[in-house]
Structure formats: C-alpha cells, structure tokens
Design a protein around this ligand. Structure first.
Ligand code: NI
Length: 407
C-alpha cells in the first residue's frame, strides 16, 4: 500500500480516517440512542454491533459471549500481542426529556450515560484499524459489554470469567467514557486511583415490640437503628485515614407501624465507596463491629449483609503514562488534561484492571454554545457529537501504538 512506516504519516492517517467516518459514527450513535436497551437486555444493540463489525471486515465476531449479550470482535495483526478496547452498551430506566430527532423510541429507557456513544466510538475504531490493518503489529480485541449499570448482572465480571481476556491473551486494556465536565475537543485521565468501588449493605435490627408507653418491656429497634446509623457515619470520620477518601451513606430506612407502637424490627440499607482495595476490605469489618456492639448493648439482634459491587478503577501507571503521551502526540499538549481528582462514581471497568493493566479515559463532550452541559444520568443528557471522531482517533491510536511498541 502507499503508506510507509513513518510514524507521523500513520498518525495523520488514523486521524484522517477517524474524521472521514464521522457521519457513520454519528449515525450509529443516533441509532443506538433511539433504541436503548436496559442492562442484560441488549439483544438488538448487540445484533446491530455484530452486523456492523462484519460489514467493517473484522476478522472474528463472537456473539452472545459467555452466554450474555456481549459481542467480542478480533482484528488480527502481524504479531502475537493483543490489546483490548472496551465499550459498554446498556441504557438506564428513565424518561428522556430533550427534544432531539434521535430521542429515545423506547419510552422509559434512555442512554443518559453515553454508552451509545462508547459503542459507536468502538465501532469507529474497528473501522479505522481494519483500514490500517497492513500496518497493525498485533491483535486488537473489541469488547462490547452488557450490564455496566447494574450490580446484579455483573457485566465485566461475567465476561472475564468466560475468558474474554484470554485466547488470545490481552496485555493491556483501554476504555473511554463521556465526561460532561470537560469541553469537547479535550480528553483526560490520571494514573492510580480513578473511580470508587461501589458496594451495597443491608441491615435488619431486631428488637422486641411493645406498647409505646411501656418501652422497658420491649427492645426498641428504632433507637438501636438510630444509634447504629449515627455511629456508622463515624467510621469515615474516625476510623478511615483522612487522606484516603471513602463514603458511607445510608440511603433507605424503614420500620414501624404507628406512633404508639414500638415495632419489632427496623431495616436500613446504603452504599459504601472507596478508592482503595484495602479500605474496601476494612470498612465492612468496622461496620459489623459497630452494629454488633450497639445491638448488644440494648439487647437486640441484627442481620448484616454486605454485597460487593464493582471494585475501584485503579489506572495502571505504565499504561496511563503511555496513554497520556500518545494522546498528547495525537491531539496536542493543550487538549490532554491530566486530571487531578478521582471521582467517587463507580464503573465496572475496574474488574478488568484487577486482571490486566489498563487505563480508563474521559472524553470531553461539553459545549456551552450548543447548550450541552447536563451531567451524566440526567434526563436532558446529551453530547457534542463533534467529540466522537476524537474518541475514535484516541482509541484507534492507543491500540495501534500499544501493539507496535510491545510486539
Ligand atoms: Ni457509564
């Protein structure tokens, strides 16, 4: 082919193709946006993705990977080194409140976290990489994942258990997410702690019901629950190192029948977020000590359930240094932000990072002039589609250069 192995030329070519296919990527994004599907039900989206991957000419396309709705593609390069790129496909149960031509046609379901765009960007990257295949030094695995938004259907975890990071073995993984805090045209990431773990707990405090006027004859679970909830909040302020962020929130409480009855039980539940794996292990132990101690003091009993959701997203130092360098090279120093702070939001991309080194990247999509400023998960969330080719170029370039440098 006409292209020689001059890095500058390859880079410009990746950029050019990414912008040449902008309309395709926008159309794919809008199609997926119009027909959003909830976590675990991404059948039509998956069919669409598989069909596009075949049209694009990806070497292998596996549908229903691991018995889920995941689609996994493989573009084969010259050498035996493999990098993975990941997108998520699911939408959220909410009513879209903006009037755009590509508004959701599935009432009550909306792509308000931008997973439609992640999917379209990864399809775009597939198209770029297939066109650059003669120069591709290794394999690129394309992971279209279901179930990112819900704890109970384990999107990333199920795929990992089904061997998505093996055969061929993945040496690094990159993912990208819409980020309304950054203007369109910019990208950002940081090494190390990036996003929080997201776990759930449920507590039942058991007492002994009695008449409200004779509390000494019962064991009041309302008082025990009140003391316990107050004390649980002291875990973050008194037990956790102030330099290590953590959140413990009790979001729900229920119990009781009437003003003049001491009930027999009170239930409450909440979430715990941490940036480190160590703290994630410690907090449930401190919680149980607290619940046990207070319940014992009042003569009640308890049930404590702690459910692990997604682990923290911890960006690998090496892949992140590589990604920041490559993105500066591709987009210019001024368009790449090394983010200062992690976020306490959760993302199951962290599951992959427990197994292979990788980096999660934030793509700027904000545009004040176009009125695009809504946060993720908002009913009026939208993106500046001018950011899509930038996402495509970043994902393609990172994959292309990773296998080139490690083959
Ligand atoms: Ni998301």
């Amino acid at each position: 082919m006409g292209i020689k192995h001059i890095p500058e030329e390859l880079k410009e070519n990746i950029k050019k193709i990414s912008f040449d296919i902008k309309d395709d990527v926008i159309n794919w994004r809008r199609h997926i946006h119009m027909y959003p599907e909830l976590s675990g039900q991404e059948q039509k989206t998956a069919k669409f993705v598989a069909q596009k991957l075949r049209e694009i000419g990806v070497d292998e396309v596996i549908e229903n990977f691991g018995g889920t709705t995941a689609v996994v593609g493989l573009i084969k390069g010259k050498h035996d080194i493999t990098v993975a790129l990941r997108a998520d496909m699911d939408a959220l149960p909410m009513i879209e409140k903006i009037d755009v031509p590509y508004r959701s046609r599935h009432e009550g379901v909306m792509h308000s976290c931008g997973h439609d765009a992640h999917t379209a960007i990864l399809l775009g990257a597939a198209k770029v990489l297939v066109q650059m295949k003669n120069h591709l030094m290794g394999n690129v695995k394309l992971i279209f994942q279901p179930c990112e938004e819900r704890h109970d259907c384990d999107g990333a975890k199920k795929l990992i258990e089904a061997g998505v990071l093996e055969n061929p073995e993945v040496s690094a993984i990159f993912g990208i997410h819409m980020f309304p805090e950054l203007p369109a045209g910019k990208v950002g990431t940081k090494p190390g702690h990036f996003m929080a773990s997201s776990d759930i707990f449920r507590v039942v405090i058991k007492g002994k019901g009695s008449h409200a006027s004779r509390p000494h004859l019962g064991v009041d679970p309302v008082v025990i629950a009140a003391q316990t909830i107050t004390s649980l909040h002291h875990i973050v302020s008194r037990k956790v190192d102030p330099l290590h962020p953590a959140v413990l929130t009790v979001g729900k409480i229920e119990g009781g029948y009437a003003e003049n009855i001491i009930p027999d039980e009170v239930k409450f539940s909440g979430t715990v977020r941490t940036l480190s794996l160590e703290l994630r292990d410690e907090i449930p132990k401190w919680m149980e000590h607290t619940i046990w101690g207070i319940t014992l003091a009042y003569g009640g009993a308890y049930k404590f359930e702690y459910e692990h959701g997604t682990p923290p997203v911890i960006n690998d130092e090496k892949t992140t240094k590589f990604a920041l360098g490559m993105m500066r090279d591709l987009l210019g120093e001024e368009n790449v932000v090394e983010l200062e702070n992690p976020s306490m939001g959760g993302e199951d991309f962290g599951e992959y990072l427990l197994k292979v080194p990788g980096t999660f990247i934030r793509l700027g999509i904000r545009n004040e002039e176009k009125g695009i400023t809504a946060p993720l998960h908002s009913p009026v969330f939208d993106i500046d589609e001018d950011a899509l080719p930038i996402g495509v170029a970043v994902m393609s370039y990172l994959a292309f250069k990773w296998v080139e440098e490690h083959s």
